[in-house]
Design a protein around this ligand. Sequence first.
Ligand SMILES: [Zn+2]
Length: 97
Amino acid sequence: MPNRFAQGKKAFGFCSICGQRADLSKLKPQIIKQKVTNSLRCSECLDEDQPQLMLGTFPIDDPQALRNPRPDPALAASRQIPDNGKTLSDLFIPPLE
Ligand SMILES: [Zn+2]
């Protein structure tokens, strides 16, 4: 099957961003969210595909809550200072005036 397009070994094009002339084979398409756009860019204007734009693309299962947790029952007692009965937050957080 014959190719409908010429090879374009000596063809040149212009960057879609800066407009500089470059070999057509050196202009690369800009990829955004893993999709090729119609923008051909020179090496200086070509941006890497930003991984932060791919949020929601891949399923991520990272639950934070625990089923049937068992908190420390002595937590409140461990934060008491035996001398005067004040808690640590009483010592370090100034009272409201
Ligand atoms: Zn450019």
